[in-house]
Design a protein around this ligand. Sequence first.
Ligand SMILES: *Cc1c(COP(=O)(O)O)cnc(C)c1O
Ligand SMILES: [Zn+2]
Length: 376
Amino acid sequence: MKFVCSVCGKTYGADELVISCSCGGYLKLAFPFQTLKKKDIVTSDHSLWRYEKALPFPKSEIFASLGEGMTPLVQAKLNGVSLLFKTDYVMPTGSFKDRGAVMVINYLKKHGAARIVNDSSGNAAASYAGYCAVAELACDIFVPADTSDGKLTQIEMYGARVTKVPGTRDDVTIAAKKAAEESKGTAIYANHSWHPLFLQGTKTLAYEIWEQMGWDVPDNVIVPFGGGSSLIGLYYGFSELLSAGEITNIPRLYAIQSQNCNPLYAIYIGKEDSAQCLPTLAEGLALAKPVKRYEACDIVRKTKGAVEVVSEEEIVTGLRLAAKVGFYVEPTTAVAIAGTIRLLQNKVIQADEKTVVLLTGSGLKATDKIASVMKS
Ligand SMILES: *Cc1c(COP(=O)(O)O)cnc(C)c1O
Ligand SMILES: [Zn+2]
């Protein structure tokens, strides 16, 4: 396993434990991996490890698993239109982030890390903390000072150490990186938006959708977009299946953002200067400059998908519509529901096409927030 810089092409060995290139660029895995064929699936395993042939290491070499993956693909109607919902909000720690975290944490444990550092106050932190608990790794989470205590309970229950940092979101990142640097190699900064192995986990979304649809792919896949790990992971997974000869086309991929925080949309419509990142109910998507934004925009274009934005009111409507058909998801996830409705209304996607909507995170973690929105 080797990593290569997305900007300058410099390569790094797997045991160097770096997360970005000396030039500042993000790292990608140097392909190719072994291709997975239908016959390679370990059918006796009912987690994402059934696709271990396509993963960076086999299940026999890992330290921590919570049975992640193989979430139900559920058919339900939104406004009378039949859709398929990939219910990743039922993952072990309550979000799709477990797919990526299980790869990153096991990789770092395997290569001798003692302590993991991440900056996040949400699902990525909960997921890292959960897998670190199982892998018996120390975990340091840096969060903005105004993060509500409620959100931190899950992270602290898993035994992670939480440090609140005053200032901007960038200050939190700087503090996390500094803590890792000052540890002289014992603590590893492993932010989920940067770490190249995170996408090796999220790509299993594509494998599962393919298998759960009876070795077929949908016409469209719709995801909420923050840093792009679900979108880019889906693209990697479908691309591998295409090159393995198991599918004949890649679905159109749609990325949905909040109007209030729209950096990908701004790039997509050719008005990058108009990007803004104001507070939004979709807190999991509030990234002003996602590091992989250009790659994500290229992927949307290559697959003939689209980027769409939704208002705060549409997000609330999306939450209600999801609950009406049994899905108790968080506001961030409702962005994808609201986006699906918009894409249908604008005839960008059609009611008779096969469309999969990714349900990324559980409402059970955000009940306070959902309650206050429903009262207003
Ligand atoms: C992190 C997160 C997202 C955004 O995912 P990206 O991979 O960053 O685009 C969406 N929904 C939920 C619930 C999340 O936790
Ligand atoms: Zn570089």
